[in-house]
Design a protein around this ligand. Structure first.
Ligand code: ATP
Length: 509
């Protein structure tokens, strides 16, 4: 299936994926029975398997298959000084703008760019039937992404970190009690209350990366790691995003898979391309359409202040190319910042090397870092977009029918096989559950399914991406063979039951 170029087609494809996710138990709207919480999602029985399979594959390739990377699982709340040192408290913000015409709130850096002075037309209030107005693009050089107007508020920086408080005291009540009745102006009252709350504030981490810098010494020393080496972590991150969009693509609570690779200064020119290529190939290995991935190098203006070079791995989502993962050369910025703020030297001593400045044996330096930072929940959406297929065919009465399938890589598929008795009698369910038990004992996640007609069960397993269906019929009872049906080709062959587990195992490799 080619990617739709029309916005309606792209929306249509997204609607189909969102609907399949709900219908088949992949992803539900959070708190749906209460009307839902905007941009929060729950992973259902099949979604949790898919997500876990993706993260297991990432962990396998980044940690288990390498001897130079180890993992950690850090707490979500960290000392508030971490975020002061990393620069998140002062600078982790997006430029927020209000449209004075339609009242939409949006990010200035993501708004449609237009040259200042360009004539524009928009509808008053942004509502159908409103008067048509004319204007021109202001000096800001962009327009409202919803109504196209340039009648916009000035930009203000909005910090994306979620703030909360540790301990049993409510700092808002405490602060208000202390300040109440002191004759302060509104501005003074607000500023003092803010200061009071900040003194006990902690933050939900907006990225998993900082724990790897903060625990650099503990990990390096306890595991006797030699540079170059990496520390990996996956887990939840939280960002109070101004605009959440495209289902699970951008949400306020999401999961990341990040790795900090500590290297000798100067070697980033080798390690950055290494990790860029390794990560790009990892995605391509699990996808049906390798051409839907590309690498984009940041230009000078886009580079974060701490980075000397960065690449994004982008995927051709239904709405266009968008970021999946960033691979950044972060220099020694983070370790130096934490060294300064914590008063602890986060350095490495290489006994084998001479100090380049003095020429004497032994070199102590602050390592440089290359960071591949991927989104797990965003990867779930990418995998669903890549796998979704509609194939037209003919049903048993000769009518047109559409087969919907998720062409998932077998290692990512929630179920590796479905065990299906053809009918609910003649000893077939008993035989099928015996086979199902053998699969479970072998650690292979299967679905034992005897509801509905066999055709409907095949259709259901195509839709949830089960790569193989094993059908138990009358012949099974006489000769111990089953049919194995391939999801992608619909071909069926007979194999002995004794070979079933190995056949599926081999295909998973
Ligand atoms: P974007 O430009 O899309 O806001 P970013 O450059 O801020 O992303 P990073 O800080 O580099 O993202 O985070 C690394 C990865 O984490 C991203 O490539 C993305 O896959 C994922 N990610 C970041 N923010 C979100 C979010 N709000 N929802 C889901 N995934 C996210």
């Amino acid at each position: 299936m080619t990617h739709p170029e029309q916005p309606e087609q792209s929306q249509d494809l997204m609607n189909k994926i969102v609907s399949l996710c709900k219908r088949r138990g992949f992803i539900f709207q959070s708190s749906e029975i209460y009307g839902g919480l905007k941009s929060a999602y729950d992973y259902g029985p099949l979604g949790v398997e898919l997500k876990r399979n993706i993260s297991n594959e990432w962990w396998r390739s980044v940690v288990i298959e390498r001897d130079d990377v180890v993992g950690i699982d850090a707490s979500i709340m960290m000392h508030p000084k971490v975020w002061e040192a990393s620069g998140h408290l002062a600078g982790f913000s997006d430029p927020l703008v209000d449209c004075l015409n339609c009242k939409e709130r949006f990010r200035a850096d993501k708004a449609p760019k237009k040259a200042p002075g360009t004539p524009i037309e928009y509808v008053q209030g942004g509502k159908a039937g409103g008067a048509k107005l004319k204007g021109e693009v202001s000096k800001a050089g962009y327009v409202c992404p919803v109504c196209g107007a340039s009648n916009l508020s000035s930009e203000r920086q909005f910090n994306l970190m979620f703030k909360t408080n540790l301990g049993p005291v409510d700092p808002l009540t405490e602060g208000a009690r202390e300040l109440y009745g002191k004759g302060l102006s509104f501005e003074e009252f607000r500023a003092k209350l803010e200061e009071h709350i900040r003194s006990s504030a902690v933050y939900l981490r907006p990225e998993t990366a900082q724990a790897m810098f903060v625990q650099f010494l503990n990990v390096q020393q306890s595991m006797s790691m030699k540079i170059p080496f990496g520390i990996a972590q996956m887990g939840k991150s939280f960002r109070n995003e101004i605009v959440t969009e495209h289902f699970i693509f951008r949400s306020c609570e999401f999961e990341q898979m990040e790795m900090e690779f500590f290297i000798e200064p100067g070697t980033q020119t080798t390690w950055l391309p290494h990790w860029r290529d390794a990560r790009l190939n990892w995605y391509k290995k699990y996808a049906n359409t390798p051409a839907s991935f590309r690498v984009r190098q940041h230009d000078k203006a886009e580079l974060a202040h701490y980075s000397d070079d960065t690449y994004d791995i982008e995927y051709l989502f239904p709405w266009g190319w968008d970021e999946l993962e960033g691979i950044a050369s972060r220099t020694s910025y983070d370790l130096i910042q934490h060294s300064k703020h914590a008063g602890v030297k986060l350095t490495y001593f290489d006994q084998q090397k001479n100090d380049p400045e003095t020429g004497k044996p032994g070199w102590r330096y602050t390592p440089y870092v290359v960071e591949p930072a991927a989104g797990l929940t965003r990867s779930v959406l990418m995998i669903l977009c890549d796998a979704y297929r509609e194939e037209s065919g003919v049903d048993h009465e000769g009518g047109q029918k559409t087969r919907v399938l998720l062409k998932l890589h077998p290692r990512l598929a929630p179920y590796k096989a479905a065990i299906l008795p053809l009918v609910k009698k003649d000893g077939q369910p008993e035989k099928a559950s015996e086979i199902a038990l053998e699969f479970r004992k072998a650690g292979i996640n299967i679905s034992y399914d005897m509801q509905q007609s066999i055709g409907k069960r095949y259709a259901k397993h195509d839709e949830i991406g089960t790569p193989y269906c094993l059908t138990i019929d009358n012949q099974t009872l006489s000769d111990n063979t089953v049919t194995i049906r391939n999801r992608d080709t619909c071909e069926q062959i007979r194999i002995p039951i004794s070979e079933a587990i190995n056949t599926i195992k081999q295909r998973l490799e």
